[in-house]
Design a protein around this ligand. Structure first.
Ligand code: PGA
Length: 261
């Protein structure tokens, strides 16, 4: 049975002073049996969030938003996977904002994935097409290409053993208030699982796939009524406790319906 997961991507928001308190409020307002909760604050807030959650609710996991593809070296300003030990147990890899702003390629993203696996970090690999791709009918091809590039160097059985999570995040839906439809997201989630199968991942059905892109408490139901979709990667709404309460409560209904609670 696949996990039902709600992951909060705080992006470049919160200071170390603010982050712990916000994490505690969110943790207290999102208690739902069977739902895996993850908060991904900025690097500099990881320790504060870890410490705050250790007291308030150790069931909420802490994730980083990125990790470097090398272990150590002359990479000013970067953070490697071993440095995250004790700070995070999850990591977002290949977010579209990093593909866009840091020029991350599928090959680099694949190497980051390997570093996450080696360090015991559970990765959320993000894939998703641009608006122009969708308008050209290329959304499935683009996502298949992203997966092929990122997964090329990884043995298929390692992906499930290390409990890879994938997030389908259409770029045109991120931060725009324009979410994909549940049906369109399902089509793409099916493309993702088929691509995993084609790569030899026999247990592709066990890989959780999340939807991300303008998820709110008002639209989360559209995604979680889809049996193929296992949760959400939430950006803007994840900084708002009311929104997170609604999103996780809805995820709890799905977890219960799937027999996880
Ligand atoms: P959004 O961001 O919810 O603000 O659209 C999602 C994401 O970037 O993961």
């Amino acid at each position: 049975m696949r996990d039902v997961i709600v992951a909060a991507n705080w992006k470049m928001h919160t200071t170390p002073r603010e982050a712990g308190a916000l994490a505690v409020v969110i943790a207290r307002r999102t208690v739902a049996e069977g739902v895996v909760r993850v908060i991904c604050p900025p690097f500099v807030c990881l320790a504060a969030v870890r410490d705050a959650l250790a007291d308030a609710d150790p069931a909420v996991a802490v994730g980083a938003q990125n990790v470097h593809h090398e272990l150590t070296g002359a990479y000013t300003g970067e953070v490697s996977a071993p440095m995250l030990e004790g700070l995070a147990t999850w990591v977002i890899v290949g977010h579209s904002e990093r593909r866009r702003d840091a020029g991350e390629t599928d090959e680099i993203i694949g190497r980051k994935l390997g570093r996450a696996f080696d360090a015991g970090l559970r990765p959320i690999l993000c894939v998703g097409e641009q608006l122009a791709d969708r308008e050209a009918g290329r959304e499935a091809a683009v996502v298949r290409e992203q997966l092929a590039g990122a997964l090329a160097e990884h043995a298929p059985d390692r992906l499930t053993r290390e409990r890879l999570v994938i997030a389908y995040e259409p770029v045109w839906a991120i931060g725009t208030g324009r979410n994909a439809s549940g049906a369109d997201a399902t089509t793409m989630v099916n493309v993702i699982r088929q691509a995993l199968l084609d790569r030899g991942v026999r247990d592709a059905d066990d890989v959780p796939v999340l939807y991300g892109g303008s998820v709110t408490s008002a639209n989360i139901g559209e995604f979680l009524t889809e049996p193929a979709i296992d949760g959400a990667l939430v950006g803007g709404a994840s900084l708002k406790p009311d929104e997170m309460a609604g999103i996780v409560a809805r995820a709890g209904m799905t977890a219960a319906a799937r027999g996880l609670a």
